[in-house]
Design a binder for this molecule. Structure first.
Ligand code: ATP
Ligand code: MG
Length: 429
């Protein structure tokens, strides 16, 4: 029968890798908690209109990348391509803003985008993200950026740069749009087909186009920073002041616009010098218009999303050492049914004391059982057979040193095991 393979652009995360993911996720959870961001979990699928309205009709995500289908009830459903829209929906649906402002949330999600797959560009990928609602203070921008930075710092990631920009508010952006439109109109025939469409509706999107010709033309385009109104300019300067106050290094890059339409004012990216084209590890910014756009009262918001696969790739490349995964402490081999029952009971009692224990589940011969114990890296082993059951004596063996100690099966096993193994660990030091 033909084997069915995983879908293009999806990956399995296997034991051996998943332990590293857990380490990374623990750091993210811990930083989120330190900054007071509670966890939110939203559904994988939502009403398609949620993303059309929030992410924006003229973005790559909505135009080309969404997994949209009709369910059996005739509804248009989309697998979430990003995390913010669902969080904003939940904020409004549960009136989370009544619990005091700002509302601070973090999430771990899978995202779905129909992308041209390549290294660091998948169709199912994972994000860690945070959102903060109800503060327009520049210190909130610096706090959110600082949270992302703390995660990278604690994981020991090097060679990262933080680039920031301001894309202003709808008022100053209107002038900028006019200037952009005039500029790009000169090159209309050279722009890709998608960008020709964007020229009328959302010229700023052209700045984010990945096509080499469009990017080349975009280099000479007007710069948003020259169009910021006084309020937006002051906000952006204050964000930089707060970042500097805590020693966060950054560069201002006026070409960053981000791939989603809801951003206003501050936008930022953490970019790795160790990845090829897919070098953005984390992107975020302010979206002061989004909550209102989604049907709520006007409320400022901001956040970021970090791509976990790309982060793991960088950690791999930088050979960042990860703690060794927990391995089996003791394997209890058995021969015969009575011994197997005893081994099963002993393993069970060890686990109740958080000791990782295993016994044979395959009715194998002794040699095969010991081979398996070796494979799973068991530190100790013990063999039970009819003789051991009859004499109530068994031998605990240190698999590395070969050292052997006798165990009295008529007495508490866990206590004897803990005593003997601690003694040996102590000797090893
Ligand atoms: P890009 O410009 O690389 O397409 P984006 O602007 O679409 O990124 P966001 O929507 O801001 O990315 O997502 C935040 C982060 O999620 C990115 O910085 C990246 O680390 C990660 N990410 C985005 N798309 C993918 C993908 N297809 N596969 C893996 N990670 C992704
Ligand atoms: Mg993208």
């Amino acid at each position: 029968m033909e084997l069915i393979k995983a879908q293009k652009g999806t990956q399995d995360i296997l034991p051996g890798q998943s332990e590293n993911w857990q380490v990374v996720e623990d750091v993210m959870r811990s930083e989120a908690a330190l900054h007071g961001f509670g966890e939110i979990r939203t559904p994988v699928f939502e009403d398609t209109r949620l993303f059309q309205r929030s992410v924006g009709e003229t973005t790559d995500v909505v135009q080309k990348e969404m997994y949209t289908f009709q369910d059996k009830g005739g509804r248009s459903i989309t697998l979430r391509p990003e995390g913010t829209a669902g969080v904003v929906r939940a904020l409004l649906e549960h009136a989370l803003y009544n619990n005091g402002l700002p509302v601070k949330l973090h999430y771990f999600t899978t995202c779905y985008r129909y992308e041209n797959t390549q290294a660091g560009r998948l169709r199912e990928f994972h994000q860690f993200g945070v959102e903060m609602f109800g503060s327009n203070s520049p210190s909130a921008d610096a706090e959110v950026i600082g949270l992302a930075k703390s995660v990278f710092d604690r994981l020991g990631i090097k060679n990262l740069r933080l680039e920031i920009n301001s894309i202003g508010c709808p008022t100053c952006r209107a002038e900028f749009h006019k200037a952009l439109k005039a500029y790009f109109t000169q090159y209309k025939d050279q722009l890709c087909e998608t960008c020709q469409g964007r020229l009328e509706r959302n010229p700023m999107r052209i700045l984010d186009c990945k096509s080499p010709i469009c990017s080349k033309i975009a280099e000479g385009a007007p710069k948003i920073l020259d169009y910021l109104c006084d309020d937006c300019k002051a906000h952006f300067e204050a964000v930089q002041k707060y970042l500097t106050a805590v020693g966060t290094e950054f560069t201002v890059n006026p070409t960053i616009v981000r791939g989603l339409d809801y951003y206003t004012n501050t936008v930022f990216e953490f970019i790795s010098g160790d990845l090829g084209a897919q070098s953005t590890l984390c992107g975020g910014g302010r979206y002061n218009g989004l909550v209102e756009e989604m049907g709520g009262q006007p409320m400022p918001g901001l956040g970021f999303a970090m791509g976990i696969e790309r982060l793991m790739m960088v950690m791999d490349k930088q050979n960042i050492e990860m703690p060794a995964p927990d391995r089996c402490e003791i394997f209890i081999a058995s021969l015969g049914e009575a011994a197997h029952l005893e081994a099963f009971k002993l393993a069970d009692s060890l686990r109740k004391y958080s000791i990782i224990a295993a016994c044979d589940e395959n009715d194998r011969g002794l040699k095969a059982q010991m081979k398996y114990a070796d494979k799973i890296g068991a530190k100790y082993s013990m063999v039970l057979g009819d003789d051991e059951i009859a004499s109530q004596k068994a031998v605990l063996k240190n698999m590395k040193t070969g050292e052997k100690k006798t165990i009295d099966l008529s007495k508490d096993f866990v206590e004897q095991y803990v005593c003997l193994s601690t003694e040996q660990e102590d000797l090893a030091f």
